[in-house]
Design a protein around this ligand. Structure first.
Ligand code: FAD
Ligand code: NAP
Ligand code: SF4
Length: 673
């Protein structure tokens, strides 16, 4: 008997049967624009081979004005079809099914030619859109229908029409962006006309045998968004217009509420999909922050959805479904929802990958094959760099011994997991523990090997990480001055008034740790109050935002976060998550200051130098988050005493270090050993 009977049950849609209830949700990876369709095919075929029921591609533009950015991939011309055909053939050969998402960005399109229901610029786009006239609207519909026909010709099993996230169709639906007074605006019926016509005409063009998914915005999370009543009316109209499946969309891109970041509670929006299920006869899909088979199964078992869509988890592990089906769920590499190698890359023009799985979207370049001859390899340091190196090398057949001075694996990931909103890091550490066992790594904890103990190995990988940078300010040795490691390990008491020196990722995290009582990530009601998310049905609100706004818990301490650079603290944080960290600390009344000139630390606080003389920031505790330096003393001792030495992760270079680089470096080294 399977542990996931609902998840693995086939779904008969009449003209097509899906082999299970798992959809790989749409993700733009950047590979589509390289023109290397072989690479796109390899990426998606690996997921099909891993058992997913249905793949939805990244959003494809139906025309140039609807493209998210200039030259974004699409199905504009018949010539585009050949590339897509390589993808569909590869997915079908791997036993999968695939639908192409049609994404018209409307006023989110980053270009001068962008179009929208009304000429209202999006806050996240420097370009103002042109309001479409009647003929312009008809032309957009025609292009969307043509894209669907071309998708069928390219061998797709169906299309998904992107109607959520604040894109073109969603812009017609919400009063926020639709101020028209003609038959495409004003009343609900008029605002809903475009999405309904799109679905109706696609169905008429492609016939009954072609899968048609509509992604509906369940909650816009912006002022003047749709009401719940309108969402349910639209769902019924879309059903009548001929859709086969309703997928859930949550929040517009311009919303000031996080919807998929790691600090969002798991399955935070599944209950809304459950309500939608009650109003339509179509299968509905739950989305957002679903990253384990247990969570997915529970949503289906509770009757909240007919299918679940997961996107990023398929970057982390292409074999998610196959491992769940085989009773090996603990071996699924977990998506920790960090966005660091996926969305942050996508939004900065770099190819998508995954912090946990550097092979994602690099399938044709980072190839891991069994070693020609097994070797004896020692890895020193069980942080992410050492862990990735150890499991990759052992997976290739090498005999690997992994040492760590600590009694637990994880290195700095152990500290990251203590930060409220970063609980997912625990799952990553657990996964490494599973994979060490699975690959047969000989793990030696609480051991600091010396040169003698390492001399007999064929190769030594030094992954001993970093230590906090020492502080040379006068007074840095006073007892109320603590390092971030002392604070996070709770090795010393922290007072009510705290000044933090250093506003990098760790400074932000330590501030969050010190001001937060209970983690809202583990308490959905608390999280909703914190971000001002209301029940859209019960409160009959537009957009699902609480009228009183965010109601965070009061801060546990009074914290000031400082940096020397004369810029806004937090600028270097992740592209897609930095705003969440800044907003969270602002909510907790943390004072964030750039341009600080440190003078000295006194028992009563920190003295800053200012143009008008010294300024004392009174504090009970000063916390140092001023960066780190490599910890590689062992490297000196090993030179000339071991056959082959490699230094990776923070031990190699502390600057620009994060878990993404550490894992990537560890994996790539071990792939060549
Ligand atoms: P480390 O993680 O430092 O691991 C080194 C290991 O070597 C340790 O286990 C140590 O015990 C062991 N060791 C050291 N010397 C010896 C010795 N002589 N013998 C045996 N063992 C030894 N990164 C992100 O990408 N995203 C985040 O969200 C994020 N959040 C963070 C939050 C916090 C609070 C902190 C502190 C860090 C965070 N990081 C984050 C950074 C990330 O954890 C580090 O960049 C990463 O862990 C570095 O990996 P590493 O393997 O090089 O070193
Ligand atoms: P960091 O981002 O380099 O920040 C170090 C901070 O210390 C900066 O604010 C810096 O700014 C200050 N500083 C540097 N040298 C100093 C000195 N000699 N005296 C006083 N202040 C000094 O490093 P980190 O915060 O230690 O984080 C380490 C790594 O972990 C980072 O690379 C980060 O990417 C990663 N991390 C990532 C996340 C994430 O969410 N992605 C979270 C935590 C950590 P000024 O010089 O302007 O004062
Ligand atoms: Fe998930 Fe982070 Fe990997 Fe993106 S980079 S898929 S969020 S683990």
């Amino acid at each position: 008997m399977s542990l996931y009977p609902h998840l693995l049950e086939p779904l008969d849609l009449g003209h097509v049967t899906l082999r299970n209830r798992v959809i790989m949700g749409s993700m733009h990876t950047g590979l589509e624009e390289t023109g290397d369709w072989g690479r796109v095919a390899a990426f998606l075929a690996a997921r099909a081979a891993g058992g997913v029921g249905l793949i939805v591609t990244g959003g494809m533009a139906p025309n140039a004005e609807g493209a998210v950015f200039p030259d974004a991939a699409g199905l504009f011309t018949p010539a585009d079809i050949a590339g897509h055909r390589r993808v569909t053939d590869a997915v079908h050969a791997a036993g999968g099914r695939i639908a192409m998402q049609i994404l018209h960005a409307g006023r989110y399109a980053l270009g001068r030619d962008c179009v929208a229901p009304s000429a209202i610029r999006a806050p996240i786009n420097p370009f103002a859109p042109t309001a479409l006239d009647e003929a312009g609207i008809e032309a957009q519909i025609a292009d969307i229908v043509t894209a669907a026909l071309r998708a069928r010709e390219a061998g797709y099993d169906g299309v998904e029409v992107m109607g959520s996230e604040g894109y073109f169709l969603n812009q017609f639906l919400a009063p926020r962006t639709n101020r028209r007074t003609d038959r495409w605006g004003g009343s609900f019926e008029n605002r809903a006309r475009l999405p309904v016509e799109v679905v109706r005409r696609i169905r008429a063009a492609v016939g009954r045998e072609f899968l048609l998914i509509y992604r509906i915005s369940l909650v816009d999370l912006v002022p003047e968004g749709q009401s719940w009543d309108e969402v349910t009316q639209l769902a019924r109209l879309i059903e009548a217009a001929g859709a086969d499946i309703l997928n859930s969309g949550i929040g517009w891109h311009e919303a000031r509420v996080p919807t998929i970041a790691t600090s969002v509670p798991r399955r935070a929006f599944a209950a809304l999909t459950g309500r939608l299920r009650g109003v339509v006869g179509l299968p509905v899909v739950a989305t957002n922050r679903i990253n384990t088979p247990e969570v997915a199964e529970a949503i289906l078992a509770e009757g909240l959805a007919d299918l679940v869509s997961m996107a990023r988890p398929f970057l982390a592990d292409p074999d998610f479904v196959a491992k769940a089906a085989a009773g090996r769920a603990a071996e699924i590499a977990p998506c920790i929802a960090c966005n660091q190698a996926c969305l942050d890359h996508t939004f900065t023009g770099r190819p998508t990958s995954c912090l946990v799985n550097p092979q994602a979207c690099h399938e044709t370049e980072l190839v891991i094959v069994p070693a020609a001859a097994p070797r004896r390899i020692a890895v020193v340091g069980a942080g992410p760099a050492g862990l990735a190196a150890a499991i990759t090398a052992a997976g290739r057949g090498h005999r690997v011994t992994l040492f760590d001075a600590d009694a637990r694996i994880g290195g700095q990931l152990q500290l990251a997991a203590r930060i409220p909103g970063k609980e997912e890091f625990r799952g990553l550490i657990d996964w490494y523990a599973t994979m060490l066992r699975k690959t047969g790594v000989d793990l030696r904890l609480s051991v600091r090997p010396d040169a003698g103990a390492l001399a007999g190995f064929d190769a030594v990988v030094l992954a001993t990480g970093v230590r906090p940078r020492p502080c040379d300010l006068p007074g840095a040795g006073l007892p109320h001055v603590l390092s971030y490691t002392q604070v996070l390990r709770r090795e010393a008491a922290v007072g009510r008034r705290v000044v933090i020196l250093g506003a990098g990722g760790i400074g932000f995290d330590v501030a969050s740790f010190l001001v937060t009582g209970k983690s809202a990530t583990e308490d959905l009601a608390l999280w909703r109050a914190e971000w001002g998310v209301a029940d859209p049905e019960a409160d009959a609100l537009r957009g699902g935002l609480a009228p009183a706004g965010p109601q965070p818990e009061p801060p546990a301490r009074q914290v000031t976060l400082l940096q020397r650079k004369a810029e806004r603290p937090g600028r270097g944080l992740g592209k897609t998550t930095g705003w969440i960290h800044r907003a969270h600390l602002a909510m907790k009344q943390v004072t964030m200051r750039g341009g600080a000139v440190y003078d000295r630390i006194l028992p009563e606080g920190l003295v800053l130098r200012g143009t008008e003389g010294p300024e004392l920031l009174a504090a009970d505790t000063i916390v140092l988050c001023i960066g780190q330096e490599p910890q590689r003393d062992l490297a000196e001792a090993l030179h000339g005493r071991v056959a082959e030495l490699h230094v990776i992760g923070g031990a190699e270079r502390a600057a620009e270090l994060d878990a993404k680089r550490a894992i990537d470096q560890g994996t790539r080294l071990a792939a060549r050993l």
